[in-house]
Design a protein around this ligand. Structure first.
Ligand code: UD1
Length: 340
């Protein structure tokens, strides 16, 4: 069964492609390689042991999308990852974000409709919840005014899909990811941040390998047990599996309404200092770090209530934080050409 994967060479997309193949699907990948590279395709092909169909195209290009749907003829569903995702950059260049993430989504939905492709999984984010008072966060927590244009594109993206589903045969599952980390155990694919990493784990691994001098812990005076922020870090392979399970639910027409929304996290909160300690223990590396001022826009604490996704999709995160950290470290060593 052919499934179109937009952004299929990105961090989450590439791991999902592997999981799709392992589950008997035929992924058709589109990626413009703006934040990835064609080498990732070769690495995925090495992991799965066969060639893949890849189009180097941009999802905002409706003509290109139309050609792909026409050429491939029988695409049954779409997993839409392709989007820009740097919060800070989105504040500086909001139009890039609205163009990539919103225009891209609208073009994709339009071409899907023209080709009667009615199944979609959408990459959303826990960022749509903002700062929630009550932990863990359930899916019915109100969606808040986003703190960044990036966050707004996820909120508006969800709304666009919901509106389209009301007026057409579209069936969609919106997955709100918490904090994806880790890499494939082969260390052939993982997260490839451009420039200075904004996210915690790539910064940690780059510091441990000597690319960065030290990690700044953003804020030590938060109202948490150790004063640092708490997040729900989920292994990217668990996240990839969630897409495949959600896709099967769509394909088997098991969903209870034409839009379903699920949190994808572990349900467990880990502070920044706990992440540092766990990383040091798992990798036997000592990590230079310093306490620094709070980063603007950070929420104090966010972790998922995963009851709904457990019950409806039968999905639960399987991998431990230690496995995530170990795989991310091996990936970092691999791309830095170092051995343990
Ligand atoms: C961020 C985005 C979120 C996006 C997600 C994608 C913000 C405010 N939020 O989530 O919208 O969906 O990435 O993965 O950017 N930290 C440090 N030092 C660092 C880097 C991070 O202490 O050098 C801390 C942060 O303050 C935070 C935690 O580590 O408490 C996790 O940060 P990060 O990995 O950037 O994820 P989020 O901010 O949760």
């Amino acid at each position: 069964m052919k499934i179109l994967i937009t952004g299929g060479l990105g961090f989450i997309g590439s791991h999902t492609v592997v999981s799709l193949v392992e589950n008997g699907f035929t992924p058709i990948i589109i990626d413009n390689c703006s934040n990835s590279s064609e080498e990732v395709l070769m690495q995925i092909e090495t992991i799965i042991g066969k060639p893949l169909t890849f189009y180097k195209e941009d999802v905002t290009d409706g003509l290109a999308l139309d050609r792909i749907f026409t050429t491939e003829k029988d695409i049954k569903g779409v997993i839409h990852f392709a989007a820009a995702k740097a919060v800070g950059e989105s504040v500086e260049n909001p139009l890039k974000y609205y163009h990539n993430n919103i225009t891209g989504l609208v073009q994709l939905l339009t071409i899907m409709q023209n080709h009667q492709v009615n199944n979609m999984i959408f990459s959303s984010s826990c960022t749509v919840y903002g700062q929630v008072e009550k932990m863990p966060i359930t899916e019915d927590a109100p969606v808040q005014a986003p703190i960044s244009p990036y966050g707004n594109t996820k909120k508006v993206g969800e709304e666009i899909i919901q509106d389209v589903a009301k007026s057409s045969d579209l069936q969609a599952i919106l997955l709100r990811y918490f904090n994806p980390i880790g890499a494939h155990p082969s260390a052939l694919i993982g997260e490839l941040p451009l420039g200075v990493p904004q996210n915690l784990l790539p910064f940690i691994t780059q510091t441990a390998v000597g690319i960065r001098e030290k990690l700044s812990v953003f804020g030590s005076d938060y109202p948490t047990p150790d004063g640092t922020c708490i997040r729900d870090y989920i292994h990217v392979l668990d996240l990839a599996d969630a897409h495949v399970i959600a896709l099967k639910r769509l394909m088997n027409q098991q969903q209870e309404s034409n839009i379903e929304i699920y949190n994808i996290g572990t349900g467990k909160g880990t502070s920044v200092l706990e992440m540092i300690t766990a990383f040091e223990e798992v990798t036997q590396q000592s990590l230079p770090y310093e306490m620094a001022p709070r980063r603007e826009g950070d929420t104090t604490i966010a972790f998922a209530d995963t009851t709904l996704v457990n019950e409806k999709l039968g999905w639960k995160a399987q991998r431990t934080l230690e496995e995530s950290l170990d795989s991310a470290w091996k990936w970092q060593l691999n791309i830095s050409n170092k051995t343990l």
